[in-house]
Design a protein around this ligand. Sequence first.
Ligand code: CU
Length: 252
Amino acid sequence: MIQTRTLLNPFKSVPFLAAFAMTLLLALISVVFAQQASAHGYIESPKSRSYKCNQLINVNCGQVQYNPHDIEGPKGFPSAGPADGQITSAGRGTYSALNAQTSTRWDKTTLSGGPNTFKWHLTTPHATTDWKYYITKKNWDPNQPIKRSDLELLCTFADGGATPATSVSHTCNVPTDRTGYHVILGTWDVFNTNNAFYQAIDVNLVNSVTALESSSTPGNIASIIQSLNNVALNTVSSNQTSYFEVFHNNTV
Ligand SMILES: [Cu+2]
Protein backbone atom coordinates (compact mmCIF):
# COMPACT_ATOMS: atom_id res chain seq x y z
CA MET A 1 0.00 0.00 0.00
CA ILE A 2 2.80 2.36 0.89
CA GLN A 3 4.57 1.58 -2.38
CA THR A 4 1.40 2.21 -4.32
CA ARG A 5 0.96 5.54 -2.59
CA THR A 6 4.44 6.75 -3.44
CA LEU A 7 3.85 5.66 -7.00
CA LEU A 8 0.54 7.43 -7.19
CA ASN A 9 1.67 10.66 -5.62
CA PRO A 10 3.60 11.98 -8.62
CA PHE A 11 0.55 11.27 -10.81
CA LYS A 12 -1.68 13.11 -8.36
CA SER A 13 0.56 16.16 -8.61
CA VAL A 14 0.37 16.26 -12.43
CA PRO A 15 -2.82 18.39 -12.44
CA PHE A 16 -1.18 20.69 -9.90
CA LEU A 17 1.96 21.04 -12.04
CA ALA A 18 -0.13 21.63 -15.14
CA ALA A 19 -2.14 24.33 -13.37
CA PHE A 20 1.05 25.95 -12.13
CA ALA A 21 2.59 25.93 -15.62
CA MET A 22 -0.61 27.37 -17.09
CA THR A 23 -0.66 30.16 -14.50
CA LEU A 24 2.96 30.99 -15.29
CA LEU A 25 2.23 31.02 -19.02
CA LEU A 26 -0.80 33.29 -18.57
CA ALA A 27 1.27 35.64 -16.41
CA LEU A 28 3.94 35.81 -19.13
CA ILE A 29 1.35 36.44 -21.82
CA SER A 30 -0.28 39.22 -19.81
CA VAL A 31 3.13 40.85 -19.25
CA VAL A 32 3.77 40.80 -23.01
CA PHE A 33 0.31 42.22 -23.74
CA ALA A 34 0.68 44.88 -21.05
CA GLN A 35 3.94 45.96 -22.66
CA GLN A 36 2.31 46.16 -26.07
CA ALA A 37 -0.65 48.04 -24.66
CA SER A 38 1.55 50.61 -23.00
CA ALA A 39 4.07 50.80 -25.81
CA HIS A 40 3.04 53.71 -27.97
CA GLY A 41 4.38 57.23 -28.34
CA TYR A 42 4.07 60.98 -27.86
CA ILE A 43 5.48 64.14 -29.40
CA GLU A 44 8.33 65.26 -27.18
CA SER A 45 9.35 68.31 -29.23
CA PRO A 46 7.68 70.70 -29.27
CA LYS A 47 6.23 69.18 -26.09
CA SER A 48 2.67 68.02 -26.68
CA ARG A 49 -0.29 68.76 -24.42
CA SER A 50 -0.11 65.24 -22.98
CA TYR A 51 3.66 65.28 -22.52
CA LYS A 52 3.39 68.62 -20.71
CA CYS A 53 0.84 66.92 -18.43
CA ASN A 54 3.48 64.27 -17.73
CA GLN A 55 6.08 66.97 -17.06
CA LEU A 56 3.60 68.86 -14.81
CA ILE A 57 3.89 71.90 -17.09
CA ASN A 58 0.15 71.28 -17.63
CA VAL A 59 -1.60 70.39 -14.39
CA ASN A 60 -4.87 68.69 -13.36
CA CYS A 61 -4.74 66.35 -16.34
CA GLY A 62 -5.96 63.20 -14.58
CA GLN A 63 -4.61 59.91 -15.91
CA VAL A 64 -2.88 61.64 -18.83
CA GLN A 65 -0.10 62.58 -16.44
CA TYR A 66 0.96 58.93 -16.23
CA ASN A 67 0.23 57.90 -19.82
CA PRO A 68 1.24 60.68 -22.24
CA HIS A 69 2.11 57.98 -24.81
CA ASP A 70 -1.27 56.26 -24.64
CA ILE A 71 -3.57 58.70 -26.45
CA GLU A 72 -4.75 55.96 -28.79
CA GLY A 73 -8.03 55.83 -30.69
CA PRO A 74 -9.51 54.76 -34.01
CA LYS A 75 -7.36 55.56 -37.05
CA GLY A 76 -8.24 57.19 -40.36
CA PHE A 77 -8.62 60.80 -39.26
CA PRO A 78 -10.31 62.94 -40.48
CA SER A 79 -12.79 60.74 -42.41
CA ALA A 80 -12.78 58.32 -39.44
CA GLY A 81 -11.11 58.66 -36.05
CA PRO A 82 -12.36 60.22 -32.81
CA ALA A 83 -15.51 62.36 -32.78
CA ASP A 84 -15.45 66.16 -32.93
CA GLY A 85 -14.73 67.59 -29.50
CA GLN A 86 -12.80 64.44 -28.51
CA ILE A 87 -10.00 64.57 -31.07
CA THR A 88 -7.28 65.59 -28.63
CA SER A 89 -8.11 62.68 -26.29
CA ALA A 90 -8.41 60.21 -29.18
CA GLY A 91 -11.98 59.65 -27.93
CA ARG A 92 -10.70 57.96 -24.78
CA GLY A 93 -12.86 58.63 -21.72
CA THR A 94 -9.87 58.04 -19.44
CA TYR A 95 -8.10 61.00 -21.02
CA SER A 96 -11.09 63.32 -21.54
CA ALA A 97 -9.28 66.07 -19.59
CA LEU A 98 -7.30 66.64 -22.79
CA ASN A 99 -10.44 67.89 -24.54
CA ALA A 100 -10.77 70.98 -22.36
CA GLN A 101 -10.39 73.93 -24.69
CA THR A 102 -10.04 77.55 -23.64
CA SER A 103 -7.49 80.20 -24.54
CA THR A 104 -5.83 79.82 -21.14
CA ARG A 105 -6.16 76.13 -20.19
CA TRP A 106 -2.89 74.85 -21.68
CA ASP A 107 0.72 75.95 -21.57
CA LYS A 108 1.86 77.17 -25.00
CA THR A 109 5.18 76.75 -26.76
CA THR A 110 6.33 79.78 -28.70
CA LEU A 111 6.90 78.80 -32.30
CA SER A 112 7.88 80.71 -35.43
CA GLY A 113 6.19 79.91 -38.74
CA GLY A 114 8.16 78.19 -41.50
CA PRO A 115 9.99 74.86 -41.25
CA ASN A 116 9.63 73.25 -37.82
CA THR A 117 10.71 69.80 -36.68
CA PHE A 118 8.27 67.57 -34.81
CA LYS A 119 9.86 64.76 -32.85
CA TRP A 120 7.99 61.68 -31.62
CA HIS A 121 9.30 59.45 -28.87
CA LEU A 122 8.03 55.91 -29.38
CA THR A 123 8.19 53.62 -26.37
CA THR A 124 7.91 50.70 -28.79
CA PRO A 125 7.52 51.45 -32.48
CA HIS A 126 4.58 50.02 -34.44
CA ALA A 127 4.50 49.36 -38.18
CA THR A 128 3.30 52.66 -39.58
CA THR A 129 0.95 53.75 -42.33
CA ASP A 130 1.58 57.48 -42.04
CA TRP A 131 2.11 60.54 -39.89
CA LYS A 132 0.08 63.69 -40.43
CA TYR A 133 0.16 67.18 -39.00
CA TYR A 134 -2.74 69.61 -38.86
CA ILE A 135 -3.12 73.15 -37.56
CA THR A 136 -6.13 75.16 -36.49
CA LYS A 137 -7.46 77.54 -39.12
CA LYS A 138 -7.02 81.30 -38.91
CA ASN A 139 -10.53 81.86 -37.62
CA TRP A 140 -10.70 79.02 -35.07
CA ASP A 141 -12.28 79.70 -31.70
CA PRO A 142 -9.82 78.71 -28.92
CA ASN A 143 -12.70 78.62 -26.44
CA GLN A 144 -14.69 75.88 -28.19
CA PRO A 145 -14.00 72.13 -28.36
CA ILE A 146 -11.89 71.35 -31.43
CA LYS A 147 -13.78 69.96 -34.43
CA ARG A 148 -12.45 68.50 -37.69
CA SER A 149 -13.61 71.59 -39.51
CA ASP A 150 -11.31 73.69 -37.28
CA LEU A 151 -8.24 71.92 -38.67
CA GLU A 152 -6.32 72.01 -41.93
CA LEU A 153 -3.70 69.52 -43.09
CA LEU A 154 -0.10 70.74 -43.06
CA CYS A 155 1.89 67.70 -44.17
CA THR A 156 1.88 63.91 -44.52
CA PHE A 157 4.73 61.41 -44.18
CA ALA A 158 3.83 57.94 -45.52
CA ASP A 159 5.81 54.97 -44.21
CA GLY A 160 4.00 52.20 -46.12
CA GLY A 161 3.95 49.77 -43.20
CA ALA A 162 7.61 50.18 -42.21
CA THR A 163 8.59 50.00 -38.55
CA PRO A 164 10.08 53.30 -37.35
CA ALA A 165 12.93 53.87 -34.91
CA THR A 166 12.13 54.87 -31.32
CA SER A 167 12.73 58.49 -32.27
CA VAL A 168 10.97 59.90 -35.33
CA SER A 169 11.41 63.46 -36.61
CA HIS A 170 9.54 65.26 -39.36
CA THR A 171 10.11 68.75 -40.66
CA CYS A 172 6.92 70.47 -41.66
CA ASN A 173 6.09 73.97 -42.83
CA VAL A 174 4.06 75.88 -40.25
CA PRO A 175 2.01 78.74 -41.75
CA THR A 176 3.31 82.28 -41.47
CA ASP A 177 -0.10 83.81 -42.12
CA ARG A 178 -1.45 83.56 -38.56
CA THR A 179 -0.24 84.50 -35.10
CA GLY A 180 -1.09 83.82 -31.48
CA TYR A 181 -2.61 80.67 -30.01
CA HIS A 182 -3.01 77.72 -32.36
CA VAL A 183 -3.22 73.97 -31.88
CA ILE A 184 -1.12 71.62 -34.00
CA LEU A 185 -2.39 68.05 -34.17
CA GLY A 186 -0.04 65.17 -34.94
CA THR A 187 -1.52 61.78 -35.90
CA TRP A 188 0.30 58.47 -36.14
CA ASP A 189 -1.69 55.82 -38.00
CA VAL A 190 -0.57 52.30 -37.16
CA PHE A 191 -0.35 49.91 -40.12
CA ASN A 192 -1.35 46.59 -38.55
CA THR A 193 -4.00 47.63 -36.00
CA ASN A 194 -7.19 49.69 -36.28
CA ASN A 195 -5.71 52.42 -34.15
CA ALA A 196 -3.82 55.69 -34.30
CA PHE A 197 -2.18 58.00 -31.79
CA TYR A 198 -3.23 61.62 -31.40
CA GLN A 199 -1.07 64.40 -30.04
CA ALA A 200 -2.13 68.02 -29.62
CA ILE A 201 0.54 70.71 -29.36
CA ASP A 202 -0.45 74.13 -28.02
CA VAL A 203 1.64 76.81 -29.67
CA ASN A 204 1.95 80.53 -29.58
CA LEU A 205 2.77 81.42 -33.18
CA VAL A 206 5.05 84.38 -33.64
CA ASN A 207 5.43 85.33 -37.26
CA SER A 208 5.66 89.02 -38.08
CA VAL A 209 9.07 89.80 -36.56
CA THR A 210 10.82 86.83 -38.14
CA ALA A 211 9.26 87.58 -41.53
CA LEU A 212 11.05 90.93 -41.48
CA GLU A 213 14.42 89.19 -41.04
CA SER A 214 15.54 91.63 -38.41
CA SER A 215 19.30 91.48 -38.07
CA SER A 216 19.33 91.99 -34.33
CA THR A 217 17.02 92.44 -31.41
CA PRO A 218 15.89 96.02 -31.04
CA GLY A 219 17.52 97.67 -28.05
CA ASN A 220 16.79 100.53 -25.70
CA ILE A 221 13.04 100.17 -25.91
CA ALA A 222 11.27 102.54 -23.57
CA SER A 223 7.66 103.46 -23.17
CA ILE A 224 7.06 107.18 -23.22
CA ILE A 225 3.27 107.30 -23.27
CA GLN A 226 0.86 104.98 -21.50
CA SER A 227 -2.90 105.22 -21.44
CA LEU A 228 -5.66 102.69 -20.90
CA ASN A 229 -5.52 101.28 -24.45
CA ASN A 230 -2.25 102.63 -25.81
CA VAL A 231 1.40 102.19 -25.01
CA ALA A 232 3.84 104.14 -27.17
CA LEU A 233 7.31 102.66 -27.56
CA ASN A 234 10.55 104.44 -28.39
CA THR A 235 13.64 102.65 -29.61
CA VAL A 236 17.03 103.95 -30.66
CA SER A 237 18.05 100.72 -32.40
CA SER A 238 19.69 101.22 -35.78
CA ASN A 239 18.34 98.14 -37.57
CA GLN A 240 15.41 97.98 -39.96
CA THR A 241 12.87 96.57 -37.54
CA SER A 242 9.76 98.63 -37.82
CA TYR A 243 7.13 96.30 -36.44
CA PHE A 244 6.79 94.76 -33.01
CA GLU A 245 4.38 92.33 -31.52
CA VAL A 246 3.28 93.34 -28.08
CA PHE A 247 2.07 90.59 -25.79
CA HIS A 248 -0.42 91.10 -23.03
CA ASN A 249 -1.25 88.00 -20.99
CA ASN A 250 0.21 85.79 -23.72
CA THR A 251 -1.92 87.13 -26.52
CA VAL A 252 -0.85 89.52 -29.26
CU1 CU B 1 1.62 50.68 -28.84
